[in-house]
Design a protein around this ligand. Structure first.
Ligand code: GDP
Ligand code: MN
Length: 396
């Protein structure tokens, strides 16, 4: 699950990380009221209006704007709320903006120039360790830095048996070129950021930019957070931060009935029980020359109601030219599933594409018989290779 910038900053602040402060607004009037309130709390007289969507690169897409008066806050909020924000990280249609963060301006002039760094904590799955990645070249062009000058990005690996060590935090602060009070602040920043990452079971915590202000404070100007979904049961407060408007509606609907669904762009719809079998099925479809339209795991209990819901979700995709059902009957009996398929077919009515069903395992023969005798436009197979070849033949 991903969080909005303002939610990530709230969490960071709770762990003692200094952040660029802000308040959320959903209308331009509220934006002005929040800007006034923020000035009372922080003394700021300039503000930044920031679109809150689950996508980076907002600055480049016109979703982050400076405002030097309350009138400008109203105008910028008006521009941004309701817009379809297109950034290098969204689709061409962009993402609709429902709310903005009114943040204090932290790039004020002073004794030195403000400096932007990059920092993230993430899980390196290959090493099985958390890593802190950081660079002096933070800001809006970090992707370009990663591509053209990757040697400017440093990493610090955390040994899980001892956790992040003080000398590592100091090495990071040193490599970033900080000194004096900024050095001390950076050490504290790194340690608190890492504690926050572990504390909420995040799999990514990206702060870009981390800012050194002109008076040597270190703070988080942005935050991108991904939480491990499997940990949400022990973070009820974070689970409540989920914003369904940011997610694919079909995937949300599938999740509500316990289906694990991911949309892809091929033409063969897949319905499978078990994530491993679903992946193997997608491979076999590819090897037979086809392209999967989705990943769909109906889970352990492939009953009629779920099978019907799964069919309806797959059929919503206009690109689907055939559906391959691949069920392994271990605990579930294949004849039960076959009956579920027949019932679902009848309930939905006219299914415009051929369905190829491969049932293997307990009572597979009975299941095949049930389907063959149903008189429906459903083909059955017992071998997966046979099924995939049949799909290819039917799709053309
Ligand atoms: P992103 O583009 O989605 O990564 O959004 P960010 O939150 O990183 O903001 C984009 C850019 O806006 C930053 O890299 C800064 O250069 C700029 N920005 C953010 N906050 C302020 C601020 O308080 N004052 C000024 N002048 N610029 C800011
Ligand atoms: Mn950013």
């Amino acid at each position: 699950m991903n969080l909005h910038e303002y939610q990530g900053k709230e969490i960071l602040a709770g762990y003692g990380v200094r952040v660029q402060r802000g308040l959320v607004a959903t209308t331009s009037e509220e934006a002005v009221a929040q800007a006034q309130k923020l000035s009372e709390d922080t003394g700021t007289s300039w503000w930044v209006v920031k679109a809150q969507v689950h996508a980076g690169g907002r600055g480049k897409g016109g979703g982050v704007k400076l405002a030097k008066s309350l009138d400008e806050v109203r105008d910028r909020a008006n521009d941004i709320i309701g817009m379809n924000l297109v950034t290098p990280q969204t689709s061409a249609e962009g993402k609709k903006v429902h709310q903005v963060l009114i943040a204090e301006d932290v790039y004020y002039p002073g004794d030195s120039e403000p400096e932007e760094y990059y920092m993230s904590v993430l899980l390196d799955r290959q090493k099985g360790r958390n890593m802190i990645m950081y660079s002096t070249e933070g800001g809006m062009d970090i992707e370009e830095v990663a591509e053209k000058t990757p040697h400017l990005i440093f990493t610090e690996e955390v040994d899980p048996s001892v956790g992040l060590q003080d000398f590592q935090a100091r090495r990071i602060a040193f490599n970033l070129g900080t000194s004096g009070m900024a050095f001390k602040e950076m050490v504290k920043f790194v340690k608190s950021l890492y504690t926050a990452y572990e504390g909420i079971d995040a799999s990514l915590f990206e702060i870009n930019p981390v800012l050194k202000t002109s008076d040597d404070k270190i703070l988080a100007v942005d935050s991108k957070v991904t939480i491990d979904d499997n940990s949400l049961f022990r973070h009820k407060d974070i689970a409540e931060m989920r914003d369904l408007r940011e997610e694919d509606p079909t995937e949300v609907e599938a999740g509500e009935v316990g289906l694990n669904f991911v949309k892809l762009d091929g033409n063969v719809g897949c319905m499978v029980n078990g994530a491993g079998l679903a992946m193997a099925t997608m491979d076999i479809i590819k090897m037979a020359g086809g392209n999967p339209a989705n990943f769909l795991d109906v889970g352990g209990t492939a009953d009629a109601a779920r099978v019907e819901k799964a069919f309806r979700i797959i059929l919503r995709d206009q690109g689907v030219k055939a559906i391959l059902v691949n069920i392994f009957g271990g605990i579930v009996r294949c004849d039960r599933v076959a009956q579920g398929i027949v019932d679902a077919y009848k309930n939905i009515g006219d299914i415009p594409v051929p369905i190829i069903v491969r049932l293997q395992g307990t009572n597979a023969e009975e299941a095949k018989k049930l389907i063959d005798e149903s008189g429906l436009k459903v083909h059955s197979a017992i071998q997966l290779k046979e099924a995939a070849a049949l799909v290819q033949e039917l799709v053309g």
